[in-house]
Design a protein around this ligand. Sequence first.
Ligand SMILES: NC(=O)c1ccc[n+]([C@@H]2O[C@H](COP(=O)([O-])OP(=O)(O)OC[C@H]3O[C@@H](n4cnc5c(N)ncnc54)[C@H](OP(=O)(O)O)[C@@H]3O)[C@@H](O)[C@H]2O)c1
Length: 355
Amino acid sequence: MPTSAQPPPPTPSDGSPEPVRWGFLATGKIARSVAADLALVPSSRLVAVGARRQESADAFVAEHAPGARAHGSYADLVTDPDVEVVYVASPHALHLEHARMAIEAGKHVLCEKPLTLDLPTATEMVRLAREHDVFLMEAMWTACHPVVLEVRRRLLARELGTPRQLRAELGFVVAADPDDRLLDPALGAGALLDMGIYPLTLAHLLLGEPEHLVATAALSDRGVDLDVAIAGRYPGGALATLSASMTSWSDRSAALATDRGRLELHGQFHHPEKAVFRPFRAGSTNDASGYDEPFEIHGSEPVVGRGYAHEVAEVDRCVRAGLRESPLVPHAQTLAIMAQLDDVRRQVGVTYDAT
Ligand SMILES: NC(=O)c1ccc[n+]([C@@H]2O[C@H](COP(=O)([O-])OP(=O)(O)OC[C@H]3O[C@@H](n4cnc5c(N)ncnc54)[C@H](OP(=O)(O)O)[C@@H]3O)[C@@H](O)[C@H]2O)c1
């Protein structure tokens, strides 16, 4: 039951659309980060939060969503008549169950990545959204990030040359309890779905759909992929080496060599601060003196918050425009990358009981 009531938002007097009213399903780590960024987005308002226990919802509201209603069940959250968009922030193995609840209640959905554990269940979520005529987007914030979008635009416009070699790595040491979602196979544990989805997405965004992926992995004694390495061949003969790790620290960097120079994503590649391109000097050999002056690439708008604000704003824009999917994270792209994850999992021998 709700413990705190909030009046409906006032209609802005300047003629701008009413803020989109969000409800958060789950109160874990990512929900906290996204709530902080959502507070920076003028087109959004967090009006309700749902947790499995009332105390968790109350605590989240007190700390991260002052004034929102706190629901002690997900069912109460998705049937809250004031909520327009449900943000599903539970472990991946539960995304379909929780998105289904929201979709069947007629809510638009932003669902954390990966959309589900495999292609058949992801396809089912997309089917459900279409059947109920609601908006659905995977929370692939990298694809909404201003710097990534600008790099992609310049590559597509051939301003940076033809891509030849991409390297991207994401990893950190997971020191968690065995029943934590990062280590528990029942909740979809594994470096590939948690982290490897980012290098695969970056490659997909910058190079296109892969023609061929080969993968190897080191598995835990519970069959969880702790470390994954992937090599991919992309259209035009571009190659990618991509990795994810739950046992080691990576610098979370990415670099793309083209036939005209070298592009580096600064900061963490899946939400970079900026990109820097160093053009090769014509006729020189590829050593330190072989580059012209580097130039920086920034997004068309500044990065807001930690970068989640851009996916939130994209959902608001789409919902207010009556769209059912985002052009930045279209269903086909989400499903194509899910098929790549399935392919890699098959190659390295990781299965999930839940699917
Ligand atoms: N976009 C990003 O940068 C990013 C970063 C991290 C994670 N993620 C994604 O976000 C999702 C959640 O990750 P997280 O790091 O926030 O996980 P987390 O800290 O473990 O939180 C997960 C939340 O899910 C809810 N939940 C419902 N059923 C559960 C169950 N059986 N076991 C555990 N939790 C359950 C719980 O919320 P209540 O107790 O409130 O019900 C819990 O707090 C994952 O799919 C992950 O891939 C995305």
